[in-house]
Design a protein. Sequence first.
Length: 270
Amino acid sequence: MIQRRGLLLIMISLILAIGAAWVASVWMRARLNANTSPAEARMEVVAAAMEIPFGTKVEARHLKTISLPRSAEVGDHYEKADDVVGLIAIQKVISGEILRKERFADRTAGSTLAAVVKPELRAVTVRVDDVVGVAGFLLPGNHVDVVAARMVNQRAEAETVLRNLNVLAVDQTASQDKDQPVVVRAVTLEMTPKQAEVLVKAREEGKIQLTLRNPLEDGDRELVAEAVPAPVPAPAKVIVKRPRVEAPRPENNAVTIIRGTNVHSSESST
């Protein structure tokens, strides 16, 4: 009798344990489903299936679709791959990166470079040599300043007329993948129409020189060289004009006649 009662208590304990485990499992699944609903909590975004170089026309093979929680902040993205096919990458996109709309431009007409130029800006090409082109170290994506030199009153003057211009292309290459110096004959810069006028005027008045900027430099801070004190001029010679002193004239017009040892003075009539 006692053995039967013990077996009964053991069976009841097992049943209660299994029931408690089942209730806990159902409660956990309910909590997870309440926090994340598959139909509402996830979204489809377009990402890069491979690296997309700068200036490349996007094709279907460049793209893939991934699923992300709707709470993820991915910026202004694309939800369908068809919305990206045919666009031009205005920046280099790495593999796996989520595609954002500000990094692509629509190619409606003209060359690929025309689609890369930002709105309200212009692309201006400058003829360069190995010196003006910073010994071939100018590559697409760099930023440069423009220094203009001209003759004024038979003296050479130089001035930085433009700052922080983006290099769109060197010769006919707009790819940003290169990292080796290449001597080129032309550099295409991105600037406003007003800056383009300044550049053309400086080139017609004299010569221009491109200076390469550090990509980590913040803003358009101008470095001013320490002023060199001007030489002290030599003291000027002061010429003092003395007043002319005239000998006093006698009150009367007397004439003195000397003959040997005889001295005779007489007045002459005026």
